[in-house]
Each structure stands twice: as structure tokens, then as C-alpha cells.
Design a protein around this ligand. Structure first.
Ligand code: C2E
Ligand code: MG
Ligand code: MG
Ligand code: MG
Length: 283
């Protein structure tokens, strides 16, 4: 009995695996076309400064709008895009578009706002990376100081000494550098003061557990204090309620980002959002 049910399990698994494989292959075909058909768009997630209670910046997040699949989230297609190399043109498009949009936001009068852009590991480590960044800043007349790149620990740690050189070049252009999902990756702190960083983003998994597990609150407190000792700004991601915000505010977290403020929104809605922003909404 056990044996036959084991076999069924296997067949079921095998069947599922094939279904998944063909689903992935189908998605790859669609992803190739997506670039030509201009099917990507960006949504923006505001970041609020805890002292001034103003929106000081936004994180750009990519979405793929596909006729049959609907709106596909980056968690689903970025890994595939990295495996197939399609990430390079996608990433270049994202960076350029985010720079154009923040320039337009400046021209609307929000002249101090910045945009934070997620950089793909594969793009960052590709020979063309720095050239493509320079080309974008040649084409888009945005102040690079209003642009921040989000990197992850796992993409910069393996070749730390090579990475430092690349980061210094980006800093020379004026770009700010941030570590995304801090606390979940490589658990070495020694790089923090060797790399020319500006910001740490505490991973949302820690924020989600604030007030539930004492240990997580202690970790968040510790991360904030390390960041400040090293003169880094700290952003908390995944803030979903007032309790989390108040805790972070008490702990002197510099900025928060999360669904408590708003879900990520497309550019036209962002302009509305900025216009209607009222710090009293936080009380
Ligand atoms: P990330 O950079 O850590 O982005 C934060 C993710 O957390 C976003 O998901 C955002 O919508 C979500 N988030 C923020 N606040 C909250 C909250 O309060 N509650 C909940 N439940 N979620 C929250 P998203 O847009 O699905 O992006 C997922 C990941 O995909 C990003 O994680 C980033 O690693 C990657 N990604 C997104 N856009 C791009 C892009 O343009 N280029 C590259 N290379 N990667 C991207
Ligand atoms: Mg990010
Ligand atoms: Mg990330
Ligand atoms: Mg993150």
C-alpha cells in the first residue's frame, strides 16, 4: 500500500514538474517579446522621513503587464530574466525610466525627491554595467545625486575588492548606494565601513515581527544603531501598521516604507499622492 501511494506521489510530482517546465518555457517566449512590445511599467513606493513626516523619495518597482498572464510580479520573472540574460535590457529600461520619471517629478516642483532603483546582480556584474549607467546619465538630464542604487549583500560580497572599485566609480558620478534586504544575506559586517554606502534597508521580515518577538525588536534596534554609528541612513521596509511605525520612530529610524503609507503606485497616481500628502495621516 505504502509503495503504491509512493509511486503515485512520484508520478504526481513528475507531472507537476513537466507542467512547471513548460510553463517556464512559455514564459520565456513571452518575456522575449515583452521587451519589444514595451510591456513593462514601473510603480513607485514612497519613503517617509520620520522627522519631517514628508515623502522624501520613492523606490521604483518593475511590473510586467502581459495580455494573457495579467500583471506579473518581479519575484516571478526577474529570476527567469537573469537565467536567460534578458535582464540586461530590462534592467537598462528600468534604470532609464526611473531616471526620467524622477526628473519629471523634480520639474513638477518636488525638487528634493530621490528615486531608489533595484539593481540586478547579473547586470551589476556584467561588463557593460558602468557604460550603460554612464549612457543613461548622458541621455537623461537628471541629477545623479537624486538617484540611489539598491544592491544586495549577496551580489557585492563574493568579489569584495573588485566591488569596491565599481562602487567608488558609481559614487564619483554622484549616485547613492544602499544595501537592500539587510540582515538576510551574508552575515559579515566587516564590509559596511569598507564599502562607500549611504543607506541600509532593514529587511521587511524583521519589521513584520516587530512587537511579536522581543528578539526581532532587539535586532532592529541593533541594526539602527550600527547604521548610525557608521553614518548610514536607515530605511525600514514593510511597515504595515502604526505600531511598527511608532516603534521605528522611537528608535530613530530615518525613513519608513510600507503598505501603511500606501501600496506601490504608478507615476500618475504618485503625483496625486504627493499633492494630497498630509503628515497628519500618520497620527
Ligand atoms: P525589494 O527591493 O526588497 O522590494 C520591496 C518589496 O516589498 C516590493 O515587492 C514591495 O511591494 C514589497 N513591500 C513593501 N512594503 C511592503 C509592506 O508593507 N507589506 C508587504 N507585504 N510588502 C511590502 P515587489 O514589488 O513584488 O518586488 C519584489 C522584489 O523584486 C524586490 O524586493 C526586488 O528585489 C525585486 N525587484 C523589484 N523591482 C525590480 C527592478 O526594477 N529590478 C530588479 N532587478 N529587481 C526588482
Ligand atoms: Mg529594493
Ligand atoms: Mg531585493
Ligand atoms: Mg527589500
Amino acid at each position: 500500500k505504502a509503495k503504491s501511494s509512493g509511486k503515485n506521489q512520484y508520478e504526481l510530482y513528475h507531472h507537476e514538474m513537466h507542467k512547471n517546465e513548460s510553463k517556464i518555457m512559455q514564459m520565456e517566449v513571452l518575456l522575449r517579446k515583452a521587451i519589444e512590445n514595451d510591456e513593462f511599467f514601473l510603480v513607485y513606493h514612497p519613503q517617509v522621513d520620520m522627522k519631517s513626516k514628508q515623502i522624501v523619495g520613492v523606490e521604483a518597482l518593475v511590473r510586467w503587464k502581459q495580455k494573457e498572464l495579467g500583471i506579473v510580479s518581479p519575484g516571478e520573472f526577474i529570476p527567469l530574466a537573469e537565467e536567460t540574460g534578458l535582464i540586461i535590457p530590462i534592467s537598462e529600461w528600468v534604470i532609464k525610466k526611473a531616471c526620467e520619471d524622477i526628473l519629471n517629478i523634480h520639474l513638477k516642483g518636488y525638487s528634493n525627491m530621490y528615486v531608489s532603483i533595484n539593481i540586478s546582480a547579473l547586470h551589476f556584474n556584467h561588463d557593460s554595467f558602468f557604460r550603460s549607467i554612464e549612457a543613461i546619465f548622458d541621455q537623461v538630464n537628471v541629477d545623479p545625486r537624486a538617484v540611489e542604487f539598491e544592491l544586495t549583500e549577496s551580489m557585492i560580497m563574493p568579489n569584495a575588492s573588485e566591488t569596491i572599485g565599481k562602487l567608488v566609480k558609481l559614487k564619483k558620478l554622484g549616485i547613492k548606494l544602499s544595501i537592500d534586504d539587510f540582515g538576510t544575506g551574508y552575515s559579515s559586517l566587516s564590509y559596511l565601513n569598507r564599502f562607500p554606502l549611504d543607506t541600509l534597508k532593514i529587511d521587511k521580515s524583521f519589521i513584520g515581527k516587530l512587537g511579536i518577538y522581543q528578539d526581532d525588536s532587539s535586532i532592529v534596534e541593533a541594526i539602527i544603531s550600527i547604521a548610525h554609528r557608521l553614518n548610514l541612513k536607515i530605511v525600514a521596509e514593510g511597515v504595515e501598521n502604526k505600531k511598527q511605525m511608532d516603534f521605528l520612530s522611537r528608535e530613530n529610524c530615518d525613513r519608513i516604507q510600507g503598505f501603511y503609507i500606501t501600496k506601490p503606485i504608478p507615476y500618475p497616481e504618485l503625483l496625486n499622492f504627493l499633492e494630497n500628502w498630509d503628515e497628519d495621516l500618520l497620527n
